[in-house]
Design a protein around this ligand. Sequence first.
Ligand SMILES: C[S@@+](CC[C@H](N)C(=O)[O-])C[C@H]1O[C@@H](n2cnc3c(N)ncnc32)[C@H](O)[C@@H]1O
Length: 288
Amino acid sequence: MTDEALDPTAQAAPRFPPDLDMSRPTVARTYDALLGGKDNFEVDRQAAVEVEKLNPGTMQLVQDNRAFLVRGVDHVTASGVRQFIDLGSGLPAADNTHQVAQRSAPGASVVYVDIDPIVLAHGRAILADSPNTTVTTADLRDVDRVLESPDTQRLIDFAQPVCVMFVSLLHCIPDEDDPFGLVDRYFERLAPGSAVIFSHLASDDQTAAQQLTERIHSLGMEWGRVRFPEEIAHAFDSLEIVSPSTDGSAPPALVDCATWRNGSTVPEKRPADPDKKIWEHAAVGFKR
Ligand SMILES: C[S@@+](CC[C@H](N)C(=O)[O-])C[C@H]1O[C@@H](n2cnc3c(N)ncnc32)[C@H](O)[C@@H]1O
């Protein structure tokens, strides 16, 4: 990416600016800047430039992650699940969970949850004519609040399977908050047949992981860390992972999100390019 692609002086015009802290970047707004969105501020675009400089290819990585999200929602919808809780949903992008799910299952319900109030501000606008969809501001670590909020209770029937999405999310949660224990805390409340769509920034290179983690912290964002693939696998201790290949022939495993059920692409546990030291480690799984 060139600096011009993320011009920090470009004018963004958030549609409903609420009471937002513009003195430092946030994960939601910086991620939107990396995706080429407009719902961000100069401080976020500066942060996106810094991250891309340190880890060239981050812009492509976030595109690959969004494409994974779409394939994941398609897969789970095709398996018959009709209810989604999209945790850390981020700002609306090109193809959002409710649009993907409702394309093949028009009655599908979607609860978007994000800690950043800008997501609610922008989400309301795109959801105005989508009665089965809502967006709420909450911290995913407050499991009771997320699951018992009036929005969730109105749209989700917990006697039926629910898909909970942790897409590009748990690296935002520090170790002391037990990120993978959170997955279990959600799933112990869900019916059999419930699904998870999951991705997490991973690296097999200690230096690369540490540098990106430190840069994001130094930019002032609330964040956890890049983790190693073997740590991330613990998210699935109580769940059954599906094959990452479209024809189902590859053994169940977490893989680089760009290669998860992506046409005839062979699923890979890390990017083939050895210079790509950071990727989104991804899987879809079910509670049996
Ligand atoms: C990297 S973005 C991913 C957005 C979206 N899931 C995707 O994959 O395109 C991470 C999102 O998680 C949100 N987030 C971070 N910590 C959170 C928390 N504790 N509770 C809820 N949302 C959180 C951020 O505000 C941000 O919007």
